[in-house]
Write a new protein. Structure first.
Length: 202
């Protein structure tokens, strides 16, 4: 995927509000505000809507994205907030973070955007980034999701169940829950089908 395509998307179409699944995940699993010095990783931060929500919840945040426009937009979006923001421009297969450091890891719309080859490298590394007691939420498109065909320029990959299960190869002490969420539009003529993968490390 060309970085220019995602620069264009982040400049004009990046969400302005946090993903509803991220909001639910954080409020269900963490006492907000979180204790000072608690770190979250936003892998594929885009324009920073979820990063801003994490900072508002008290996390210090590492925000990673391949798009330079996404990184600049994220920094601008959170400029008025306290907390530490560490940004990193990198592909999913290239991000560098300390292992066992993050209480919370989120990734929304990054695995489908990057494709399965990048995801195979990224998922074990984000699991490694979780500290003991940490939790992660991965949100990405399923096969049959209307966005895959509707936006061919983005080259989104819609994952089958078998592909998702192959991605989630867990180390000892890590648990996973694989769920889906389907939302329909225009009298069921369009279906947005997201995988919701939750990971927890003991």
């Amino acid at each position: 995927m060309s970085a220019a395509v995602w620069d264009e998307w982040n400049e004009h179409e990046s969400p302005r509000h946090p993903n509803q699944h991220v909001v639910q995940f954080v409020l269900r699993n963490f006492t907000v505000p979180v204790p000072p010095g608690t770190w979250a990783l936003d892998l594929g931060c885009g324009g920073g809507a979820d990063t801003r929500f994490l900072l508002e919840c008290g996390f210090d945040v590492t925000a990673v994205d391949a798009s330079s426009i996404g990184i600049v937009t994220t920094q601008a979006r959170v400029r008025d907030l306290p907390g530490v923001l560490d940004v990193q421009q990198a592909r999913l297969s290239e991000f560098q973070v300390p292992p066992r450091s993050y209480a919370c890891v989120i990734s929304v719309g990054a695995l489908d955007a990057a494709g399965i080859d990048e995801a195979r490298i990224a998922v074990p590394r984000l699991v490694d980034a979780l500290r003991p007691g940490g939790k992660a939420l991965l949100v990405f498109a399923s096969e049959g999701d209307y966005r895959v065909d509707r936006h061919p320029d983005l080259r989104l990959h819609g994952y089958s169940r078998r592909e998702v299960e192959a991605l989630i190869v867990l180390e000892f002490g890590t648990s996973a829950w694989i769920d889906t969420c389907t939302v329909t539009y225009q009298q069921d003529s369009m279906r947005q089908i997201d995988w919701l993968v939750t990971l927890a490390k003991r």
